[in-house]
Write a new protein. Structure first.
Length: 231
């Protein structure tokens, strides 16, 4: 295409704008009974009438590391790192509901995670050092594993929200056997984020040998959703 002065106009320059992935590393909550218990707690929060946005059922997970928008080439390097991590399966316990950062100004409603926390911390530490070698900044805050149930958007019915959280502070949700951590890709859409799995860690068998996980590349069902969409 040429302009009025005979200057060629290049309308499509994909090579100047490399595609980026919005990525994070997580433990998926894929046990139906546990997820059902978490969803019931989430429902009790929503029922207060507070101004909250519930996390979609398929998107409930434990975030180990949010990586943000990274080029696809860097995503591939992180995928290789995650595939190289291996550990013996361990069990986490899910118990209690709370808020971040404080009850007086909640922004996130979460379910607590305990159990074999030292094993979870060891996996997180290995991931952190591997990501540091790839140029990612290390977390400054202590690692606090949790499951986000809702995000608080405003102050409506804050008293009722606080009462519901207090009523579930010792609620038992159940255990989860953790066998993998996964690199996830998030595509933002107007109805909420859509997650897919890019790679997962290996299982360390009882004999100490790794059981390799298959290579996974998540599909991108909404490629157009990358552009100019709200968080």
């Amino acid at each position: 295409m040429y302009g009025a002065m005979g200057v060629k106009i290049i309308s499509n320059l994909p090579h100047l704008y490399p595609m980026a992935d919005r990525c994070f590393v997580a433990v998926d909550i894929d046990k139906p009974a546990l997820k059902g218990a978490l969803l019931r707690a989430q429902g009790a929060i929503v029922a207060t009438g507070a101004d909250v946005k519930a996390v979609e059922e398929e998107n409930i997970h434990i975030t180990l590391k949010f990586l943000g928008e990274i080029p696809e080439e860097r995503t591939a390097r992180v995928a290789e790192l995650v595939r190289g991590i291996s550990f013996k399966p361990f069990t986490l316990e899910f118990r209690g509901v709370g808020v971040f950062p404080a009850p007086s100004r909640p922004s996130v409603v979460w379910a607590g995670v305990s159990g074999e926390a030292s094993e979870m911390l060891a996996v997180f530490t290995e991931l952190e050092w591997g990501l540091k070698a790839l140029g990612f900044e290390q977390e400054r805050r202590p690692f606090q594993p949790h499951v986000t149930l809702c995000r608080v958007r405003g102050g409506r019915n804050r008293t009722q929200l606080a009462e519901a959280v207090k009523a579930m502070e010792d609620e038992e949700f159940g255990p989860l056997r953790v066998e993998h951590i996964r690199l996830k890709k998030s595509v933002l859409t107007r109805s909420g984020p859509i997650y897919s799995t890019v790679a997962e860690s290996s299982v360390l068998g009882q004999d100490g040998f790794r059981v390799a996980s298959p290579r996974i590349r998540g599909t991108d069902p909404y490629p157009a959703a990358r552009q100019d969409l709200p968080l």
